[in-house]
Structures are given as C-alpha cells and as structure tokens.
Design a protein around this ligand. Structure first.
Ligand code: ATP
Ligand code: TZP
Ligand code: MG
Ligand code: MG
Length: 269
C-alpha cells in the first residue's frame, strides 16, 4: 500500500458518497455527521431498535459507538450489527470508555461476541480492557499506563480476530500479522471532544469504498492526521474552537498534494 492508494480511496469516497450508518453517542452526533459530510460520505444516525437492522442493510458501512450507551442502544447495536453481517456490510466498533465501568466493559465484550466486527478502534486503554487486560482509564480518556501499543494491537487483533486500530501520539492498525504505524496527527485533537469518535466513523467511510479494511483503516488514519496538521497550520495560536472548525474545513479540502507532501506511515511485519 502506498500514498497513491490513499488518494484513490479518498477520491472514491468523494465520488460515491458511501452511506455510513452510525449508532453513536449523544456528545458527538452532530460533529460526526458534519465530519462525514466534509469527507464526502453520507451519514445517517438511526438508533431505534425498530429500524436499526433495516438501515444497516442499505448502508455501505455500520459504525457502533458506546459513548453514551444504555440498554436500548446496546440492543440496537446488536440488531444492526447482526443485520450488517448478513449482507457483509463492514462493522466498525468504538468501545468508548471500556474499562471505566463494568457496564461498558461487558457491553463491549457482548457486542464483540455477537457481531462480526471488521475494525475495532479505540485508545490503548479501551482496547486493552476489551481483551481483559488492565490498563488505566480515566472516563473516556486513555490513562497514564505506559505499554507497547504495537504489541497490544497485534495481540488484540489475534484475540479478537479483526483489525485493531489504536490511536494516540502514534496510531497503529494491525491484523495480527501486518501492522501499519501512522505518525500524522496533532495533540490539539485531544482537546476537541469527539475526534476519536469521528475518526472511527471516517474509518467507516473508507471501509465503505475499500474491502481491504486494514488498508482502509490506515488510509483513514493518514488522511485524518494530515487534515489535523493542516488545520493547526491555518489556526496556529487561535485556540481549540478555531481549530475544531478549521479541522472540519480541512476534512473537506485535503487533496492528493497534501497527502503526498505530509502523509507518513510505515509497515511493520
Ligand atoms: P482519548 O479519549 O484517549 O483521547 P480518543 O478516542 O479521543 O481517545 P484519540 O486517541 O485521541 O482518540 O485519537 C483521535 C485522533 O487524535 C487520532 O487521529 C490520533 O492520531 C490523534 N492524537 C491523539 N493524541 C495525539 C498526540 N499526542 N499527538 C498527535 N495526535 C494525537
Ligand atoms: N463522554 C461520553 S462519550 C464522549 C464523552 C466526553 C465523547 C468521547 O469522544 P472521543 O472521540 O472519545 O474523545
Ligand atoms: Mg481524544
Ligand atoms: Mg474515544
């Protein structure tokens, strides 16, 4: 995989406008819909158990996010996930806050056991807790534990039998054998709520046009990180509000030249 593949996937999203069905949290719903539109995808939020399965069937990808979960949304996620599985619609899962409470950890594990998830994306603590390893977590933010993220991603991918994406200073996408490490991004992303959640949905947009979900995930990570770096360039010193708006702008503006000039990832086997 090279930068040209990333450019081609981005062009396909902008040409084909894949429908991304999100069952997500109440904090990030609007930001996620606007971010997906900026990238070129077509977002739909459909949470009700009465319609979740039907919507998943007509989507190009399904994104499940437990950020503000309750019994009913977890039920909807399982119904939608099983329905997506029947038609091979890729399911992308964000286990927000797994490890922070027993309800979150157990709900994440239940979803993983009932739904064939193509990609799980979280911070290191969330991924560690989903596979039963202890890693400090503070609410929905990764805690202070220091561990080897590449090793964790590889181990989690083998245990969960899916692509594992762990984000932080460096991002890793792994299928358990091959891993990509993406250097793009900026610490300001951690000062705007929902940037992790939106990234999970952007992976959904890439997976909606590219069947190889390891490549789709890596492309999404690089593209997203480049957009953040460009937004920082444009709004340097202006604070997190200006950054948030410019980041949305850049999700719609980043093009091939930016990806070639600024994009950076390496493969580890
Ligand atoms: P957390 O709640 O721990 O912040 P999250 O779900 O919000 O997790 P992040 O890990 O913050 O997700 O990832 C969101 C985006 O922010 C990713 O593109 C990631 O590369 C980027 N990012 C996070 N931390 C840094 C950092 N220190 N430097 C550069 N980019 C970062
Ligand atoms: N609380 C519950 S969900 C949520 C908060 C603050 C948003 C988390 O978003 P992200 O993308 O993980 O920072
Ligand atoms: Mg964050
Ligand atoms: Mg998160």
């Amino acid at each position: 995989m090279d930068k040209n593949d990333v450019c081609k996937m981005l062009q396909r999203i902008r040409d084909e406008n894949p429908l991304v069905h999100n069952i997500t949290n109440t904090v990030v719903t609007n930001f996620t819909a606007n971010g997906l539109l900026a990238v070129g995808a077509s977002p739909v939020m459909a949470n009700a158990p009465e319609e979740a399965a039907d919507m998943a069937k007509i989507a190009s990808s399904l994104v499940l996010n437990i950020g503000t979960l309750n019994g009913q949304t977890v039920e909807s996620m399982i119904l939608a996930g099983m329905s997506a599985n029947e038609l091979d619609v890729p399911v992308i899962f964000d286990p927000v806050g797994a490890g922070a409470t027993r309800f979150r950890t157990e709900s994440a594990q239940t979803i993983m056991s009932k739904v064939k998830v193509a990609v799980i994306r979280g911070n290191a603590a969330e991924i560690a807790n989903v596979i039963g390893e202890k890693w400090e977590i503070k609410g929905v933010d990764a805690g202070a534990s220091e561990g080897n993220v590449l090793t964790l991603a590889t181990e989690a991918a083998r245990k969960l039998n899916c692509i594992v994406v762990i984000t932080g200073k460096e991002d890793v996408a792994s299928d358990g054998t091959t891993s990509y490490v993406v250097a793009n991004g900026h610490p300001l992303l951690t000062k705007v709520t929902g940037t992790g959640c939106l990234l999970t949905s952007v992976i959904g947009a890439f997976a909606g046009v590219e069947k190889d979900v390891l490549k789709a995930s890596t492309a999404a990570l690089m593209f997203y990180g480049v957009a953040a770096e460009k937004a920082v360039e444009k709004t340097y010193g202006q604070g997190t509000g200006s950054f948030q708006i410019e980041f949305l702008n850049q999700l719609s503006l980043v093009g091939d030249k930016d990806l070639y000039r600024m994009g950076s990832f390496k493969i580890v086997q």
